[in-house]
Design a protein around this ligand. Structure first.
Ligand code: GRF
Length: 196
């Protein structure tokens, strides 16, 4: 299973995948890392682990169709089976969506359909969960379509929200679970226990 990972920032989820593959607990390979951010930790992590990494953004491709086409070409060149969005903040173009229909996954740090959609990323999500006085949050892995956070939910993991939680503390707890959960989910896909 060749996974293309898209990530915009730190890439701790990407790192969890790299570590799991290197330890032998995930039977997959990361064929390419794509980032819209040339300074992302994700691209640095790719370089450190000898994984091809490319910066693809509107800087080099001001026309959205050209960017979509270049992204598709990179995915095909690297024989991508599935795409995993791990903290990727840009929309995926229609050509990539149609070529990889049903094979693009995103991880979201809350229990969708609540706390998703435009603007719901990073710490905004955890702040909103606390302000919403939820007693649980979690991780959602879902399919990606052309709208933010609206594709079919594949699976979720719950994480408690504790009384004294700040957004930072909740974020840490959710992300710790997320790093393990995405490996579980990818293994389920590999074993066809979860069918895309
Ligand atoms: C993760 O919590 C993911 O769910 C969200 O953005 C965060 C990315 O963190 N979409 P990282 O870049 O993998 O460290």
């Amino acid at each position: 299973m060749n996974i293309a990972v898209f990530a915009s920032h730190n890439g701790s989820n990407l790192q969890a995948m790299i570590d799991a593959i290197e330890k032998g607990s995930l039977a997959a390979s990361i064929s390419i890392v794509i980032s819209n951010n040339s300074n992302s930790g994700a691209l640095e992590r790719a370089t450190r682990h000898n994984i091809p990494g490319i910066h693809l953004s509107s800087v080099a491709y001001p026309d959205v169709d050209d960017l979509d086409e270049a992204t598709l070409q990179a995915l095909l060149d690297h024989e991508t089976d599935i795409i995993f969005l791990a903290g990727y903040l840009k929309k995926i173009g229609p050509k990539v969506i149609s070529q990889y229909d049903g094979k693009i996954l995103n991880t979201h740090p809350a229990l969708l359909p609540k706390y998703g959609g435009k603007g719901m990323y990073g710490m905004n999500v955890h702040k909103a969960v606390i302000e919403g006085k939820e007693n649980k949050s979690g991780v959602t892995v879902h399919l990606v379509n052309s709208e933010y956070d609206e594709g079919k939910i594949l699976t979720q993991a719950e994480v408690p929200v504790l009384e004294d939680d700040t957004p930072d503390i909740l974020c840490e707890r959710v992300m710790a679970r997320e790093r393990g959960f995405i490996i579980e989910v990818l293994n389920q896909i590999h074993k066809e226990e979860l069918v895309l």
